[in-house]
Design a protein around this ligand. Structure first.
Ligand code: 5RP
Length: 264
């Protein structure tokens, strides 16, 4: 691997081999998502507890201070909206020149395996990887399920992750699943990062699944709504950071969360 690729990956994945990415890209298909109406207001207090921001070029340019030293993973796929015909019908939205101009440390692209658009979205991934490889820019594949959340089971996720890795993704973001998540990770020859999904019922549920996924081989998380839609986003981020980078157990993280939540 060339210096540029290694250097960018080392900004995203910390020396302990772990990472905590903060996605705020939701507006690209959901519009002004709850708690993300003003992205900078939401994200600024969370910056110390994330290793990279995942967002679109529009929000990067309009809401993020360029002097902030936080690696950027640029969301470069999109097209459909939540009220449109099919969330899977994505194309590449951002040129390689723009990725370089914005000094992105990586790009993120969704694939929708098993949909009418699987070939189109897998080719989106393959083509942007070919372009990014020329410049040493890592690509994170996002195994998206659109509205079909029941797809989050090991056999399907393994299929998606393996395809993404075969196309050349350097990191794959996928969903944690209660059964056989270790098989999902084992079947994927590149690092796996766990996605969040809609906000969980309880805080403890989030700590539990993140801990479990890390024990089963994931290298980190890319969690948005379960952090910034939490009524106590900074305590939630700190508690999760302590699991990802501090090796805290879910109970230790929850104790920390409760304490921080009640302290002013
Ligand atoms: C959508 C994405 C988003 O980054 C993703 O939704 C992550 O955020 P959350 O934890 O809120 O689900 O990739 O496909």
């Amino acid at each position: 691997m060339d210096y540029g690729m290694k250097n960018r990956l080392s900004r995203l994945i910390k020396p302990d081999g772990r990472c905590m990415f903060m996605p705020i890209d939701h507006g690209y298909f959901l519009g002004p998502t709850k708690s993300l109406e003003k992205p900078w207001v939401t994200v600024e207090p969370l910056l110390p507890y994330c290793d990279a921001l995942f967002l679109t070029r529009g929000v990067l340019r309009s809401c993020i201070d360029p002097a902030v030293d936080k690696p950027i993973i640029l969301r470069v796929s999109g097209g459909p909206s939540i009220v449109g015909a099919d969330l899977a019908n994505e194309f590449i939205t951002t040129s390689i020149e723009e990725v370089i101009r914005l000094n992105a440390s990586a790009v993120g692209v969704s694939i929708f395996v098993g949909t009418d658009y699987e070939t189109q979205t897998i080719m989106n991934l393959a083509e942007i990887i070919s372009e990014c490889e020329d410049y040493g820019i890592p690509v994170m594949a996002v195994t998206a399920v659109g509205k079909e959340t029941e797809k989050r089971e090991a056999r399907y996720l393994s299929l998606c992750c393996r395809i993404a890795a075969e196309m050349g993704a350097k990191v794959v973001k996928t969903y944690w699943c209660a059964k056989d998540f270790d098989k999902v990770v084992e079947g994927c020859p590149v690092p796996v990062v766990m996605a969040g999904g809609p906000k969980c019922e309880t805080d403890r549920e989030v700590f539990d699944f993140v801990y479990d996924g890390l024990q089963k081989g994931a290298i980190g998380i890319n969690l948005g709504r379960n952090i910034w839609q939490n009524p106590y986003p900074v305590p939630a981020a700190k508690a999760l950071y302590s699991i990802v980078h501090g090796k805290a157990t879910p109970k230790e993280a929850d104790d920390m969360f409760q304490e921080l939540k009640h302290s002013k």
